[in-house]
Design a protein around this ligand. Structure first.
Ligand code: SF4
Ligand code: SF4
Length: 489
């Protein structure tokens, strides 16, 4: 039971939009949201089931992304997760390389690359990310809304079911659908959690005594409820109200940006298609190709009318392109009344251009990417923090030797255990690692040890001596650290 597609040339004239299709007021669409009435109450969007070549392409791409998303926690490179952002332990794995909080500069540059990438990408291609790759849109449109169609039918059937009184059949349908929604939300929540704490830790939480992992279980429940709330109820509101990307796009888009756009030059003046109407007669009456059937509005998951121009709510999902193409096919007009185009493309017929602004952004981005790669590939294998042990002063031996106690904290960023030795580089003296003949820094871990440094009377330079220590693994100098040595006046 779907909304009839209107302009069949052999059918009676579709003089008015079908009543079950939302109609957006041409004059005051910017005064209120399509998903709220004038009193601010939520207007539920019953988007008509999309179909067509763009939807098929998006579906293929979306399922590829979904497969990657769910497979991600199981993929390991050099034994490390493909992606892990463990904020609690402050340990991060990107493409199998472990990063630490000490890699702050790399993170800062990565953030700049990310935001720079968004800027240039949005300037050139508008909200292509939202329509094609955003996890919210992908899961909402390709999974949860598909379940709506599968269980409750197309938009009209969903609307009828919601308006109908509660019966056993309605209750069974709703319970069934929301049961699946909840299970999927649980799956998504756990997948997100495994990207945060790692799959191994997640399995420990699942298989261990629940009382030992109340925090982890709390996170599981919170994520499940969050995703259930978003996909079952909040839906397109997440894009409209919460996501900041849609808000700042207005600062990035220009007349050369490629967006999903209605060709108003070709479409206006809109008017219903009259049966057996000849194109010439339609042109004489100053009517364009838009037959005002509202099919583009009916399929829109954010409830807007693309013919009103660029709007913050548009997630570039392409559903209106397909809907309008179907209509154009039926009336024998070329496809593409709604299409990917820039405003200049529509107004002046210009192809997509690499503008001065885009060139500037691209240059900045290239510089940042080079810096990022240089930082990643020249990153030291270990990072050592060498501090005097808290509260300790110095010890004096009868033969005049003075010793200081230190704490060495070593971050081994490599994927192998490293035997570590310390050697004094700028002074004579002795370095002793306490409690062990040799010290092994375990791979991808932070370890700590106590180190005693002894200097003879001739090695010191007064009460404070600046020392330079080499951190070695075998004969390989990994790093040089500096510290202060104190002694008597
Ligand atoms: S733009 Fe296309 S789908 Fe939308 S009302 Fe006009 S003809 Fe119908
Ligand atoms: S206007 Fe078109 S592209 Fe934009 S959200 Fe609605 S259906 Fe998707």
């Amino acid at each position: 039971m779907s909304t009839p597609v209107v302009p069949d040339p052999k059918a009676p004239s579709p003089a008015e939009p079908t009543p079950q299709v939302r109609s957006v007021d041409w004059e005051d669409f910017r005064e209120h949201l399509a998903t709220a009435d004038k009193d601010g109450n939520r207007t539920w969007i019953y988007a008509k089931k999309p179909s067509g070549r763009w939807h098929q392409r998006r579906a293929v791409f979306a399922w590829l992304l979904i497969a990657i998303m769910f497979a991600g926690p199981f993929i390991r490179i050099h034994g490390n997760p493909l992606l892990m952002i463990n904020i609690l332990e402050r340990k991060f794995s990107i493409l199998g390389r472990i990063f630490w909080p000490e890699d702050t500069i790399i993170f800062a540059v990565a953030m700049l690359v990310f935001f720079g990438g968004i800027m240039i990408f949005t300037t050139a291609f508008g909200r292509l990310w939202c329509g094609w790759a955003c996890p919210q849109t992908v899961m909402m449109e390709m999974v949860f809304r598909k379940l709506d169609y599968l269980i409750e039918g197309d938009a009209q059937a969903q609307r009828a079911l919601d308006a109908a009184p509660w019966t056993a059949r309605k209750l069974a349908k709703k319970l069934f659908k929301h049961g699946i929604f909840f299970s999927l939300s649980f799956l998504i929540g756990n997948t997100l959690l495994s990207y945060i704490i790692g799959l191994d830790q997640l399995l420990v939480i699942i298989t261990d005594n629940p009382m030992d992992h109340l925090g982890g279980l709390g996170a599981m429940v919170a994520f499940t409820l969050l995703f259930y709330g978003i996909f079952a109820r909040f839906r397109e509101q997440a894009c409209t109200f919460i996501c900041p990307y849609g808000r700042f796009q207005s600062a990035l888009l220009d007349e050369n940006t490629m967006i999903v756009a209605y060709d108003h030059k070709r479409g206006e003046t809109r008017a219903p298609w009259k049966r057996d109407q000849r194109l010439e007669l339609r042109r004489e009456e100053n009517h364009g190709d838009c037959v005002n059937c509202h099919q583009c509005v009916a399929v829109c998951p954010t409830g807007i009318d693309i013919r009103n121009g660029v709007q913050m709510e548009c997630v570039n999902c392409t559903a209106c392109i397909d809907a309008c193409d179907h209509v154009m096919d039926k009336i024998g007009r070329p496809r593409g009344l709604i299409r990917y185009a820039s405003l200049n493309g529509i107004e002046k017929g210009q192809p997509l251009r690499f503008t001065a602004r885009m060139k500037l952004y691209a240059t900045m981005l290239t510089g940042l990417v080079i810096l990022f790669l240089a930082l990643v590939f020249t990153r030291a294998e270990v990072e050592t923090l060498f501090l005097r042990a808290p509260g300790s002063l110095f010890q004096a031996a009868p033969d005049g030797r003075i010793s200081n106690l230190y704490t060495a904290k070593i971050v081994n960023k490599s994927n192998r255990d490293l035997p570590i030795q310390f050697r004094l580089l700028n002074h004579g003296g002795r370095v002793v690692v306490l409690g062990a003949a040799s010290f092994i820094a375990p791979k991808e871990k932070v370890s700590q040890t106590s180190v005693l440094i002894e200097l003879g009377p001739t090695d010191r330079q007064g009460p404070t001596t600046q020392l330079e220590l080499g951190v070695y693994s075998g004969d390989k100098l990994l790093e040089t650290v500096k510290t202060a040595f104190i002694g008597p006046r």
